[in-house]
Design a protein around this ligand. Sequence first.
Ligand code: PAF
Length: 266
Amino acid sequence: MIPVVRTKKALARLVSSWRAKGLTVGFVPTMGALHEGHAALVRRSAAENDRTVVSVFVNPLQFGPNEDYGRYPRALPADRKLVAAAGADAVYAPSAEEMYPKGFRTHVEVEGLSDLYCGKYRPGHFRGVATVVLKLFNQVGADRAYFGEKDWQQVRILETMIRDLDIAVRIVRVPIVRENDGLAMSSRNAYLSPAERRAAPALRKALEAGRKEARRPHSRPETIGASVRHALAGTGLKLQYASVLDGRLLAAAYLGRTRLIDNIKL
Ligand code: PAF
């Protein structure tokens, strides 16, 4: 079984031993509770690099005070098996103290985009994401890092960060992996009750309704948003926002206490 590395020192030793042999390194950052979407990231990294590190760290900095940090699913043994089968060479699972020792006081803020869309409803979220990802990039020192397109805004923000701060890693975007009924895979799908799980694919269907509207000659951002909202009526999903970014329609909706996000190309 592949090793689980707990400290940045041990990680540095492992990666240096690979570098000494001239090997390339891919990196897949995750918060654990892994699924087929993460396996796709690992397989892609394993195909494009000699070695792959997967981090598993539920990052307290990116959760708001009333969000699900405490109950976020944690499943390290299963995660380790899943990424090993997908071709990873090591899991990096630091503690919160290892990542944020006493006295920690530096944060990364990618201005503008971090305050829009998901950022408008999750203040501080992208600051927490950018901060932990920059730390992980520095700790792993990978050639390439792999991110899923389900978190479209996150990938855009991280691409801006590496450009602005001259970080020597290449970000590789990997398409969304969906369940058979169209629901985008997410660790948070585990929160859904059976009835909610049956309702959840309505988000993808509503995005498709929005895309249909976007293709009409006189459509506007408001009419696209309205068609998504209309398509969700009666499904149990409560739309938080639906907006167009980079020719993609992004949306977030609540199903009970669970917040789902998804996006499609227009
Ligand atoms: O997408 C995620 O799972 C997280 O936001 C990330 C990139 C691992 C940072 O904690």
